[in-house]
Design a protein around this ligand. Structure first.
Ligand SMILES: Nc1ncnc2c1ncn2[C@@H]1O[C@H](COP(=O)(O)OP(=O)(O)OP(=O)(O)O)[C@@H](O)[C@H]1O
Ligand SMILES: [Mg+2]
Length: 239
């Protein structure tokens, strides 16, 4: 299932410990059609995680509004896997479910290459495996909206590439409306249907780039040509 969504953040400020304020987001407006796959790119600290948290309903202290069906289920993969260390892989995934006893995680674990890992604890997992568990946990609720916050950083390139393919496959199969934050322009060009560029803090949308070729037809030459184009058009924002 998938749901359309809109983010309108007029202003989001944080109060610092010393009484000062940090304006993280100002005038960010973004729409995503049901079942679409958007990559968000922006400089470090510009407010990407802040915006995802607001969209997921984890932070309600902002000026603006989110348009998302009340019954829409939102799956989120955080920047860090955030697994409970004292629970097994299986339990980490079950914990997010309303009716864990009715859930058969076997097909999902199989698909994510986690079948052998179900009874392990997070400390026994590599970062790549922990990321997969975090992805499994987000998918277990059968999300209408899937939010991925830099899900492939700090992974070796082979593992990252495998997980990128996996995410595209999963998106194709279940079609959650997907927003993926990344610093990696090549990765965004490989995966997304649309790339949204965000300004430095306080963030807002600077540009949108549509990618019309199906993902499996995007070879290295395509990725490189698009990247060169984007670096030319938005120097400073795209590396
Ligand atoms: N809880 C908080 N209290 C105070 N300031 C915060 C808090 N969370 C984030 N900020 C500040 O808000 C700004 C935006 O932070 P955010 O984490 O959303 O950025 P980001 O775009 O996700 O960055 P990165 O790419 O490094 O993950 C930053 O300047 C950050 O220091
Ligand atoms: Mg972040």
């Amino acid at each position: 299932m998938s749901a359309p969504l809109e983010i309108h953040i007029a202003r989001k400020t944080y109060r610092g410990a010393e009484g000062g304020t940090v304006e993280a987001v100002r005038g960010l407006d973004l729409k995503a059609a049901a079942g679409s796959l958007t990559a968000l790119i922006g400089p470090s600290g510009c407010g990407k995680t802040t915006s995802l948290r607001i969209l997921a309903g984890l932070d309600t202290d902002f000026e603006g509004r989110i348009v998302l069906a009340k019954e829409a289920r939102v799956g989120i993969v955080f920047q860090e896997p955030r697994l409970l260390p004292w629970r097994t892989v299986d339990d980490n995934v079950r914990l997010v479910l309303d009716k864990p006893d009715l859930f058969d995680p076997a097909p999902l674990f199989e698909e994510l290459g986690l079948a052998e890992m179900r009874n392990r604890f997070p400390t026994e997992l590599s970062l790549g495996l922990a990321r997969r568990v975090a992805i499994a946990r987000a998918l277990a609720i059968e999300p209408d909206v899937l939010l991925l916050d830099e899900p492939f950083t700090s992974l070796d390139e082979t593992t990252a590439q495998r997980l990128r393919h996996l995410v595209v496959e999963i998106w194709r199969r279940y079609r959650p409306t997907t927003l993926m934050v990344t610093h990696n322009v090549r990765e965004a060009i490989q995966i997304a249907e649309r790339i949204v560029l965000l300004a430095p803090r306080p963030s807002h949308v600077v540009a949108e780039v549509m990618l019309d070729l199906p993902q499996e037809e995007r070879d290295e030459a395509y990725v490189e040509a698009k990247r060169t184009e984007m670096v030319r058009d938005w120097p400073g924002l795209v590396a």
